[in-house]
Design a protein. Structure first.
Length: 114
Protein backbone atom coordinates (compact mmCIF):
# COMPACT_ATOMS: atom_id res chain seq x y z
CA UNK A 1 0.00 0.00 0.00
CA UNK A 2 1.30 3.41 -0.91
CA UNK A 3 -0.29 6.83 -0.46
CA UNK A 4 1.51 9.85 -1.91
CA UNK A 5 0.25 13.35 -1.17
CA UNK A 6 1.05 16.37 -3.28
CA UNK A 7 -0.14 19.91 -3.86
CA UNK A 8 0.92 21.59 -0.65
CA UNK A 9 2.78 24.86 -0.49
CA UNK A 10 2.78 28.45 0.68
CA UNK A 11 -0.37 30.46 0.04
CA UNK A 12 -1.63 33.84 1.20
CA UNK A 13 -4.70 34.12 3.42
CA UNK A 14 -7.83 33.85 1.32
CA UNK A 15 -6.06 31.72 -1.25
CA UNK A 16 -6.73 28.20 -2.47
CA UNK A 17 -4.86 24.93 -2.85
CA UNK A 18 -5.84 21.50 -4.11
CA UNK A 19 -4.20 18.53 -2.48
CA UNK A 20 -4.00 15.16 -4.18
CA UNK A 21 -3.35 11.72 -2.74
CA UNK A 22 -2.38 9.06 -5.24
CA UNK A 23 -3.03 5.55 -4.01
CA UNK A 24 -1.58 2.24 -5.11
CA UNK A 25 -1.22 -1.32 -3.90
CA UNK A 26 -4.84 -1.93 -3.01
CA UNK A 27 -8.34 -1.79 -4.49
CA UNK A 28 -8.87 1.93 -4.06
CA UNK A 29 -12.58 1.93 -4.89
CA UNK A 30 -13.29 -0.41 -1.98
CA UNK A 31 -12.10 1.88 0.80
CA UNK A 32 -13.24 5.04 2.51
CA UNK A 33 -10.55 7.72 2.49
CA UNK A 34 -9.81 10.67 4.73
CA UNK A 35 -7.68 13.76 5.02
CA UNK A 36 -6.11 14.64 8.36
CA UNK A 37 -3.86 17.49 9.40
CA UNK A 38 -1.37 18.15 12.15
CA UNK A 39 -0.24 21.62 13.16
CA UNK A 40 2.96 22.16 15.17
CA UNK A 41 2.42 21.24 18.81
CA UNK A 42 -1.06 19.91 18.17
CA UNK A 43 -2.59 16.49 17.74
CA UNK A 44 -3.47 15.14 14.33
CA UNK A 45 -7.11 15.89 13.51
CA UNK A 46 -9.63 14.67 10.99
CA UNK A 47 -10.42 17.23 8.31
CA UNK A 48 -12.67 15.38 5.86
CA UNK A 49 -13.75 11.89 4.87
CA UNK A 50 -15.35 10.34 1.82
CA UNK A 51 -16.97 6.97 1.38
CA UNK A 52 -15.68 4.40 -1.08
CA UNK A 53 -18.04 5.35 -3.91
CA UNK A 54 -17.89 9.02 -3.07
CA UNK A 55 -21.55 9.28 -2.19
CA UNK A 56 -21.09 10.62 1.32
CA UNK A 57 -18.67 13.13 2.82
CA UNK A 58 -18.05 14.53 6.29
CA UNK A 59 -16.09 17.58 7.39
CA UNK A 60 -14.56 19.15 10.45
CA UNK A 61 -16.79 22.05 11.44
CA UNK A 62 -14.13 24.70 10.90
CA UNK A 63 -13.62 23.74 7.24
CA UNK A 64 -17.25 23.25 6.21
CA UNK A 65 -18.09 25.45 3.25
CA UNK A 66 -14.40 26.04 2.48
CA UNK A 67 -12.96 22.56 1.84
CA UNK A 68 -14.26 19.89 -0.50
CA UNK A 69 -13.13 16.27 -0.51
CA UNK A 70 -13.59 14.26 -3.68
CA UNK A 71 -12.22 11.16 -5.34
CA UNK A 72 -11.65 9.71 -8.77
CA UNK A 73 -11.76 5.93 -8.49
CA UNK A 74 -10.58 5.56 -12.08
CA UNK A 75 -7.39 7.44 -11.18
CA UNK A 76 -7.01 5.98 -7.67
CA UNK A 77 -6.80 9.50 -6.30
CA UNK A 78 -8.49 11.45 -3.52
CA UNK A 79 -8.49 15.25 -3.51
CA UNK A 80 -8.94 18.04 -1.02
CA UNK A 81 -9.90 21.39 -2.53
CA UNK A 82 -9.18 24.10 0.02
CA UNK A 83 -10.57 27.60 -0.46
CA UNK A 84 -10.57 30.73 1.71
CA UNK A 85 -7.51 29.49 3.54
CA UNK A 86 -6.49 31.17 6.77
CA UNK A 87 -3.39 30.89 8.96
CA UNK A 88 -5.16 28.40 11.25
CA UNK A 89 -5.18 25.95 8.33
CA UNK A 90 -1.38 25.77 8.40
CA UNK A 91 -0.41 22.16 9.01
CA UNK A 92 0.97 19.01 7.47
CA UNK A 93 -1.89 17.33 5.64
CA UNK A 94 -2.08 13.54 5.44
CA UNK A 95 -4.36 11.17 3.60
CA UNK A 96 -5.42 7.96 5.23
CA UNK A 97 -6.97 4.73 4.04
CA UNK A 98 -9.57 3.36 6.40
CA UNK A 99 -10.16 -0.30 7.10
CA UNK A 100 -8.98 -3.06 9.42
CA UNK A 101 -5.45 -1.85 8.72
CA UNK A 102 -4.98 1.89 8.40
CA UNK A 103 -2.38 3.36 6.07
CA UNK A 104 -1.03 6.90 5.97
CA UNK A 105 0.80 8.98 3.43
CA UNK A 106 3.95 10.91 4.23
CA UNK A 107 2.13 14.25 4.35
CA UNK A 108 2.33 17.53 2.49
CA UNK A 109 2.98 20.88 4.12
CA UNK A 110 0.42 23.66 3.78
CA UNK A 111 1.47 27.09 5.02
CA UNK A 112 -0.96 30.01 4.99
CA UNK A 113 0.86 33.26 5.55
CA UNK A 114 1.17 36.74 4.14
Amino acid sequence: VQLVESGGGLVQPGGSLRLSCAASGFTFRAYDMSWYRQAPGKERELVASITSAGRSTTYKDSVKGRFTISRDNAKNTVYLQMNSLNPEDTAVYYCKRSGFNEYWGQGTQVTVSS
